[in-house]
Design a protein. Structure first.
Length: 220
């Protein structure tokens, strides 16, 4: 789990995880200035700090994982019940290179149902993995493709292209429940159009992540 100044959400997220002795929780901080790391240590001894940058942070955590399956999970999302079991069942199919959950947004508003519908339709047609959907894959596959490209943005879409060459990309239910904070703070329409525009600019127009990062900001 990559984190950066997530003290407001982290305790709820970690407390909701149905961890057993079969899972290890690894939290990697990219430079928090709040109590994020103190909260993380309440739940796991595997808390690390490294240079800022989500791709760098996730690669760092993956190198320290001892299991044979990796789940990259955002700290403002909630894993569905039986989430770990669903991941294991999905990856028993050797034709699957990687997967993620369909997206749900933890807000009752009708506009969020439309955002979910669009995001999940996009997943079905493009087979692109997005970070807030809980990307999972076998560790050997992650190592085979060389991990995340250390770029400032679009690392999830970039690795999806390489993973497609190794097998199927699948999406599973029930959905991950993501925090609505980005849409609420920046505006639902603006945030949705901005995110889709950035993704299309990268995938279709081939605009570099170094240029696109200027139009994106983290919201906490």
């Amino acid at each position: 789990m990559p984190v950066l100044n997530e003290a407001g959400n982290l305790r709820n997220t970690l407390g909701s995880l149905e961890l057993s002795s079969n899972e290890e929780l690894i939290i990697v901080d990219g430079g928090s200035t709040d109590e994020t790391m103190d909260i993380a240590r309440e739940f796991t001894g595997k808390v690390y700090k490294t240079k800022t940058g989500r791709a760098s942070v996730m690669n760092y955590g993956a190198r320290r994982a001892t299991g044979d399956i990796l789940l990259f999970f955002h700290s403002d999302c909630m894993l569905p019940p039986r989430g770990f079991e669903i991941i294991r069942e999905t990856l028993r199919d050797g034709s699957v290179a990687a997967g993620a959950f369909f997206l749900g947004i933890n807000h009752p508003g009708f506009c969020f149902r439309l955002i979910e519908f669009g995001a999940n339709l996009r997943s079905r047609f493009t087979s692109l993995l997005y970070g807030d959907q809980g990307m999972f894959l076998r560790k050997e596959v992650f190592e085979k493709v060389g991990g995340f490209a250390e770029i400032p943005l679009m690392e999830d879409i970039e690795i999806s292209g390489r993973l497609k060459k190794l097998g199927r990309i699948v999406f599973v239910m029930p959905p991950v429940k993501a925090s609505p904070r980005r849409w609420l703070k920046e505006g639902a329409l603006y945030t949705t159009l901005r995110d889709w525009s950035l993704a299309l600019s990268y995938t279709i127009l081939k605009i570099s992540p170094e240029t696109l990062i200027k139009y994106y900001r983290e919201v906490r």
